[in-house]
Write a protein of this length. Structure first.
Ligand SMILES: Cc1cc2nc3c(=O)[nH]c(=O)nc-3n(C[C@H](O)[C@H](O)[C@H](O)COP(=O)(O)OP(=O)(O)OC[C@H]3O[C@@H](n4cnc5c(N)ncnc54)[C@H](O)[C@@H]3O)c2cc1C
Ligand SMILES: Cc1cc2nc3c(=O)[nH]c(=O)nc-3n(C[C@H](O)[C@H](O)[C@H](O)COP(=O)(O)OP(=O)(O)OC[C@H]3O[C@@H](n4cnc5c(N)ncnc54)[C@H](O)[C@@H]3O)c2cc1C
Ligand code: SF4
Ligand code: SF4
Ligand code: SF4
Ligand code: SF4
Lengths: 561, 432
């Protein structure tokens, strides 16, 4: 059967009609019929995107029995979706249609009408030739599993679990420790704006444990994962324990939190000869257990130095929460004894919440001294520093408390590997888009929240957790289906040598190596059709549907004929 | 009144748009109300966004397009919420759609109507750096790409003169000079406030010369000056001359002491500005005067370090309070206290004030209408930092983005997504 291609040129009011000679286009195109052995229907129309225009197109497709459709109109950014919608109302597969932008590419940028017309004709001819080589592609719908796996039972993991359970989702919460609560439950207190204190964290633990929708696995870890958004299969087990659990979930939330950098990375720090230099976490633990901070040698300290930013330069990022909690710790000390000398050595205060600066002023009011320094060395409990005025000075304290930088938690690399999620330069998980899509990763259906995403406090950790719940609740609707990308890549078995080049370039982890057949295979449910792999294949085995070599070549060939 | 599954979102910045798209994806009907004629919020004023210096339009335009094309989202631009009655789960909302005088369905955005219009005024959206006609779009690339007529200055609409120059030039019959305001009433189960924030009025600090010395700029004035779709098409020329600046001082933390908090984005955008200027004017001398550095994300300090030293010289001052900007011949002099307490000064022909992020000037009216108290700074407050960080004190009302306090786009988006989760659970609870 001869192809019957409908070609419709939009006037776009005066926009195209005044700058391009549409009649000339209509006269010229039929020349293609004989050359290509096709039948053409060529017409002009006032405004194709208007209601009238859409009805007109629909009638034209149906009445003429068109096999392909080409529109000479505006940018696909404006109206591709509009015309795909028109195709979908008819029996014409939308992948057999193409919009050619003769407005922005011709009418609006070329002042010479003849030249604009000539370019428009070339573009349309090329488009007709391309569309002849396009194939009908069909949308697939896949069933989904709405349940969720959460790795890490700190505040972020618990908050995500509660948010999902509130909407009746079954949640599997896997925690490697023997208790829930992560770091937050270890703290001596919270920030004033967080009211309520640690009791609130314990309340959260109780609500998680008492929630029927949340199944908690303590002392367990993720051991295997395969699948994609809506359909993951995971294995959870305890190291050493034979019995494994196979779970099916639709999404995975990583909430593995962070660790604390070893203060030894700070140059100029020598506390080998004293026990009175401790970390902020030690101080929190002490305060939590005993309600006060004491010297290792016994008794209360009379003077304490609080050192901010330990390891910040070395790590290359600010940990966001340390300035805040160091002021909180200064508060513990002042509560303990109002005339204790408390000095905070900082490198510029970073207090990014609207409530924080007031909190800092309050501490200042209670006599906490804030010293901004350029350089600092600590020997025992002696602090030598260079102030912003360039002068050096030394001070001796009874006790020194260090705020080590937060860093990705132990095992992050292994977990990233298991999940296929890339890490950023800082060692934290890399989100898919830092500003506009910060909880999602390049593996669709895998989300990263809390301090595992980047250094952050409890409030932000909870926000990220709630955000991941928001994404999952809106993406995975029980009983709903997902429509994976159709314009995916495929590997032609006959050509693939199994070299594995493509596996390395696919950031979405969509390609796997099939041992049995000795070739690489694209998992179409995971592939996003980005085309990255296409150029990496030395044997021409890779093909991205709707952007095949043949299609592009034929389009070019007609353009330059 | 029966419960509704629909959602009202007030404000179409990135926070409002993100929440809208995700709720729509979940099948909720979303009413998105924006007071300006265009959607996108503050980010579309920026040529590029930190930390990756990504083209903001390229980042936001797909979101804007998705919002406008989503069948579950009813976007009402140039509109305002007038009344909210009822209670959580069953709010009855009245929205006023201001007369636009141009038909959203007939206009194709060709722009033929601007030229013939005989009246013009300063373009407020462009921080008054350029002019627009009475019929205008705020900037090239505005979405929806449909102009609006300012009835305050249009000859015909003010009754000053018979004029129909715009309507005569429109081939699509899209201009409706007899258009009127329209009241729309809707029922929704939940309301999201995503109305963004403003910037501290720099003229409240007379010692910094803003408004008197033409070389002193606010941050958004600078953003628009640098923008390729802005009034100078991205040409960095000084307000009172056609010259490029040679010595630029960027002053951090302007208004921080006065408002009582750190705005968390100024350090980053100040560094972004230094980088922009250096890129366009490699010979310019650039100085950043700062007292603290707050660059919080895992990737922000990296950007800071890249710009520090390479593009700008960082000058520490223990307090920004003592800084003074004064006229000095045709240029300016910036005096400040140095790290050692000594008085220092610099010559400059451009001074950019990194003003604090403050509540939107109209926030009071909105707060009263939605029945919420503002926090002591004038932002919307969340119920409890640790219990639910996007729920307000009134049930069924949620807040996201800079309406809640200063923050970067990432955190605004996170709050919007958190709102989606909360709203979904909440609607499930009230409507069963
Ligand atoms: C000294 C100190 C004081 C602080 N004070 C405050 C404060 O006052 N206010 C505030 O807001 N923030 C404070 N913070 C920050 C706060 O601790 C974090 O924001 C918060 O703990 C982050 O929560 P999270 O759930 O993301 O991570 P975490 O609390 O680190 O929890 C992560 C959980 O995941 C588990 N896990 C890790 N890897 C795996 C794995 N592979 N498999 C299974 N489970 C795993 C861990 O065992 C842990 O239970 C402080 C931090 C420190 C260091
Ligand atoms: C100079 C400057 C530069 C910045 N640069 C960056 C950057 O490079 N990268 C980055 O991550 N962040 C940057 N930020 C921060 C960023 O602008 C904000 O995080 C972001 O705009 C917040 O988005 P939003 O949706 O909350 O608010 P907005 O973007 O302010 O949007 C709010 C919307 O609500 C509308 N609105 C307000 N009141 C009403 C009402 N009553 N009824 C209806 N509609 C209403 C407004 O018109 C607006 O469209 C910068 C900030 C400043 C000040
Ligand atoms: S097209 Fe992109 S997503 Fe698909 S397999 Fe190739 S590289 Fe991966
Ligand atoms: S790059 Fe080509 S040949 Fe090599 S494994 Fe991938 S598809 Fe096969
Ligand atoms: S109103 Fe008419 S002339 Fe003006 S932009 Fe819209 S279509 Fe063009
Ligand atoms: S009627 Fe006249 S003054 Fe009013 S917008 Fe149109 S052209 Fe301008």
């Amino acid at each position: 059967m001869k192809a019957k291609v409908g070609v419709y040129v939009c006037e776009c009011g005066p926009n195209i009609s005044e700058k391009v000679d549409i009649d000339k286009i209509l006269e010229t195109l039929p020349g293609l019929e004989e050359y290509r052995e096709i039948e053409l229907v060529v017409k002009r129309f006032g405004l194709l995107c208007s209601g009238d225009g859409k009805t007109f197109l629909e009638d034209e497709i149906n009445n003429n029995g068109l096999t392909h459709l080409v529109l000479g109109a505006c940018s696909p950014r404006d109206h591709d979706k509009t015309f795909i919608g028109v195709c979908k109302k008819t029996s014409l597969n939308p992948f057999l249609y193409k919009i050619i932008n003769i407005r922005e590419h011709c009418a609006w940028i070329i002042s010479d009408k003849d030249k604009a017309t000539e370019k428009a004709i070339t573009y349309i001819r090329a488009g007709i030739n391309r569309v002849l080589f396009q194939s009908a592609l069909l949308e697939k719908k896949l069933d989904i599993n709405p349940d969720v796996l959460i790795i890490g039972g700190g505040i972020a993991g618990m908050e995500a679990a509660l948010s999902l359970a509130a909407r009746d989702r079954t949640v599997y919460l896997v925690e490697k420790d023997d208790h829930l609560g992560g770091k937050a439950v270890l703290l001596g207190g919270l920030l004033p704006r967080q009211g309520g204190g640690p009791a609130k964290i314990r309340e959260k633990i109780e609500s998680v444990l008492g929630n029927d929708m949340i199944k908690v696995y303590l002392e367990s870890e993720l051991e295997g994962v395969i699948g994609f958004l809506g359909n993951f299969e995971v294995i959870v087990g305890s190291p050493g324990d034979e019995e494994k659990k196979d779970l099916k979930v639709g999404a995975i939330i990583v909430a593995t939190g962070s660790g604390l950098a070893d203060p030894a990375i700070l140059e100029g720090l020598d506390y080998s000869k004293t026990d009175e230099v401790i970390t902020s976490m030690d101080a929190e633990r002490m305060f939590s257990k005993e309600g006060k901070i004491s010297l290792k040698s016994g008794g209360d300290p009379k003077s304490v130095a609080l050192i901010h930013c330990v390891g910040r330069e070395e790590k290359g990022y600010c940990s966001r929460i340390c300035c805040n909690y160091m002021i909180k710790i200064a508060g513990y000390l002042k509560d303990q004894s109002a005339d204790m000398k408390v000095t905070e050595f900082h490198r510029g205060l970073c207090l990014p919440d609207k409530a924080d600066q007031g909190f800092q002023k309050e501490a200042e009011g209670r006599g906490v001294e804030f010293k901004r320094v350029r350089e600092l060395t600590i020997t025992g409990t002696n602090v030598r520093y260079e102030g912003m005025d360039g002068k050096s000075e030394g001070l001796k304290f009874d006790m020194v408390i260090l705020a080590p930088a937060l860093e990705p938690s132990e095992g992050t690399e292994g977990m990233a590997d298991l999940l296929g999620v890339p890490l950023s330069e800082s060692g934290y998980y890399q989100e898919i888009h830092q500003t506009t899509n910060p909880v999602a990763t390049s593996i669709e259906g895998v989300f990263v929240v809390g301090a595992a995403h980047s250094p952050k406090g409890i409030t932000d950790s909870m926000l990220f957790a709630q955000a991941s719940a928001g994404k999952i609740l809106s993406q995975l609707i029980p009983g709903g289906k997902i429509t994976p990308e159709i314009k995916v890549s495929e590997i032609l078995e006959a050509y693939c040598t199994g070299c594995g080049n493509c596996l390395d370039v696919c950031v979405y982890g969509a390609i796997y190596y099939d041992e049995g057949r000795g070739i690489s295979v694209v998992n179409e449910a995971v592939c996003r059709g980005c085309g990255n792999c296409f150029g990496s294949c030395p044997s021409g085995a890779l093909r991205t549907k709707h952007f095949t070599n043949t299609q592009l070549y034929e389009e070019m060939r007609e353009a330059i004929r | 009144m029966s419960h509704s599954e629909n959602v009202l979102i007030i404000g179409a910045g990135l926070a409002g748009m993100t929440a809208g798209l995700e709720l729509a994806h979940a099948g909720k009907k979303v009413h998105l109300v924006e007071r300006l004629p265009l959607i996108g919020g503050k980010v579309i004023k920026d040529e590029e966004s930190f930390p990756n210096l990504e083209c903001s339009t390229c980042m936001v335009a797909p979101v804007q397009q998705d919002v406008l094309q989503n069948p579950n989202i009813v976007t009402m631009t140039y509109s305002s919420v007038e009344k909210i009655e009822g209670e959580a789960g069953a709010f009855h909302v009245t929205i006023k759609k201001n007369a636009r005088y141009v038909s959203m369905t007939d206009c194709i955005g060709c722009g033929m109507c601007y030229e013939p219009c005989p009246v013009s005024q300063k373009n407020e959206w462009e921080e008054n750096l350029g002019d627009v006609k009475a019929i205008y779009v705020p900037c090239a690339g505005a979405l929806p790409n449909v102009p609006v007529i300012d009835a305050q200055i249009c000859l015909k609409l003010t009754g000053k003169e018979e004029c129909s120059a715009c309507a005569d030039s429109c081939m699509f019959g899209a201009i409706k000079l007899d258009d009127t305001d329209e009241m729309v009433e809707i029922d929704v189960g939940a309301i999201v406030i995503a109305t963004g924030a403003g910037n501290y009025d720099a003229s409240k600090l007379p010692q910094l010369g803003y408004g008197k010395l033409p070389g002193v700029y606010t941050p958004f004035e600078f953003e628009r000056l640098f923008a390729s779709n802005g009034p100078t098409l991205g040409e960095l020329t000084l307000r009172d001359s056609e010259k490029n600046p040679e010595k630029v001082v960027i002053l951090h933390c302007v208004g921080r002491e006065e408002v009582g908090y750190c705005s968390s984005v100024c350090c980053m955008y100040s560094m972004k500005f230094a980088h922009f200027i250096k890129k366009k004017l490699p010979d310019a001398k650039i100085f950043n005067i700062y007292s603290d550095v707050c660059v919080v994300d895992k990737n922000y300090q990296k950007f800071f370090k890249k710009v520090e030293g390479a593009d700008t010289k960082m000058l520490f001052s223990p307090t920004i309070d003592g800084v003074k900007v004064s006229g000095n011949g045709s240029g300016m002099k910036v005096s400040y206290r140095g790290g050692d307490g000594a008085d220092e000064s610099l010559d400059a022909d451009m001074v950019i004030l990194a003003t604090a992020v403050v509540p939107d000037p109209e926030v009071g009216t909105l707060a009263e209408m939605v029945g919420l108290e503002l926090d002591r700074h004038g932002f919307f407050a969340v119920k409890d930092d640790v219990a639910g960080s996007v729920e307000t004190t009134r049930e069924g009302l949620f807040v996201a983005g800079t309406a809640e306090g200063p923050k970067d786009v990432q955190t605004a988006v996170i709050q919007a997504e958190a709102v989606v989760g909360r709203v979904m659970s909440y609607l499930g609870k009230v409507t069963g």
